[in-house]
Design a protein around this ligand. Structure first.
Ligand code: GLC
Length: 395
């Protein structure tokens, strides 16, 4: 079966409807709920195949927006085998995930120019970005904070080890225990972001802020299309402020690093996060060239025969079977691919696209892939492989 048909078939097989809300499970056996950035990825791909299903996916995602504007990273639409933590909310979590939503809404609009959909979805989307600006920047330094590693979408990434007090060789189980403790701690401060982050976990993450910038730029286009020029200017201004702040606090010797808590100490663990600013065009052309040549295509650090490692091989925490501590994942591939195109690195982008296609053809729609052997790992029937349909060949 050709890849496009296989991906579409998978998205349809993982589709569910609860109380009139239609959404897609990332993997029916391993991830039986609706997840924030997964839904955005689904909608992105569906916008090319079935625009109405893409809109439904976004509608169900925003339907559980909290009063303060936050959109939760998990919606527990139905019972599932996966453990449900007490997040202080009835049927959702109380943390979010990287803010790719506006980018996706803008892509959906560009497929069929459905202005009614844009009008309908505008307020929840605008309020979401406003929430991040208002509630996640305690020092007013124009950097958006995450309050839990899971908000990065890379649950056990080693770039958070220092903040969590964990060693490079921490096991998956130990890591999960530490994050369970974090949820219990958050309960003590009633899941209030501002109070909790000061005490328990506070990171300004490079991918999250890069994605925020692209999200705000897309939101500016959306606002402008709807004749809301004040909002559009606000979004452009915020995107520029975050870009400047990232330069000021995160950039050193040609690389953007996530920074921690109130002291803004750089967390210098080399993960794929150093490539995320390409997605938002934050490196200059010469910085990007140096980064791509010295890190991205370097087989001693990130480039494997099967794609880009999520953690550099040079890190003591590197583990090719360690979930976000090494394996190749399709979402980082997609972000890096888009970033490479932005800088016209067509050959490297094509290499990444081919590696992605190869992995899925050989191993199927798996959650992640061992960068040393190419073997599929983790969840099965996992939807992120469908992102390949949004990695159009550059040539
Ligand atoms: C894992 C991933 C996260 C994803 C979720 C559902 O928790 O780390 O990024 O959203 O699974 O697929």
């Amino acid at each position: 079966m050709i890849l496009k048909d296989a991906a579409w078939k998978l998205l349809k097989a993982n589709r569910r409807v609860t109380d009139g809300h239609q959404y897609t499970l990332p993997s029916p056996t391993s991830y039986p709920y609706q997840w924030f950035w997964d839904s955005c990825f689904h909608a992105l791909v569906l916008s090319k195949l079935e625009p109405e299903a893409a809109k439904e996916e976004i509608r169900s995602l925003v339907s559980k927006q909290l009063r303060n504007g936050m959109i939760p990273h998990i919606i527990y639409w139905q019972p599932g085998k996966l453990h449900r933590y007490d997040w202080g909310e009835k049927d959702t979590s109380s943390i979010t995930q990287p803010p790719i939503l506006a980018h996706v809404v803008w892509q959906i609009y560009n497929r069929d120019n459905d202005i009614k959909f844009l009008e309908e979805i505008y307020s929840p989307v605008f309020n979401y970005y406003n929430y991040l600006i208002d509630h996640r920047d305690l020092h007013h330094r124009n950097l958006i904070s995450i309050i839990n590693p899971d908000e990065s979408g890379e649950d056990n990434s080693p770039r958070f080890d220092e903040v969590l007090g964990l060693k490079p060789d921490v096991t998956l189980e130990e890591h999960l225990k530490r994050r369970e403790k974090l949820i219990a701690d958050f309960k003590k401060c009633y899941f209030d972001a501002e109070t909790c982050m000061r005490q328990y976990f506070w990171v300004k993450d490079v991918p999250f802020n890069s994605i925020m910038i692209e999200g705000l730029r897309a939101l500016a286009h959306i606002a402008s299309r709807l004749g809301k020029e004040d909002d559009a200017q606000f979004c452009e201004k915020e995107a520029a402020l975050i870009s400047h702040a990232m330069r000021k606090f995160m950039f050193e010797d040609g690389i953007y690093w996530s920074v921690k808590g109130s002291d803004y100490k750089k967390l210098k663990t080399a993960t794929w996060a150093i490539f995320a600013p390409l997605f938002a065009g934050l490196y200059t052309d010469s910085e990007a060239k140096k980064l791509v040549e010295s890190q991205l295509v370097n087989d001693k650090t990130f480039m494997s025969a099967y794609g880009i490692r999520t953690t550099s091989k040079t890190e003591p925490s590197y583990n090719p079977e360690g979930y976000w501590r090494g394996p190749v994942w399709m979402a980082p591939h997609w972000f890096i691919y888009k970033g490479l195109l932005k800088y016209k690195f067509y050959d490297q982008a094509e290499m990444l696209r081919r590696a992605s296609v190869q992995l899925i053809e050989n191993e199927g729609f798996r959650e992640n892939f061992n960068p040393e052997t190419g073997k599929g790992q983790g969840a099965r029937n996992f939807t992120w492989g469908a992102l390949i349909l949004d990695m159009e060949s550059p040539k």
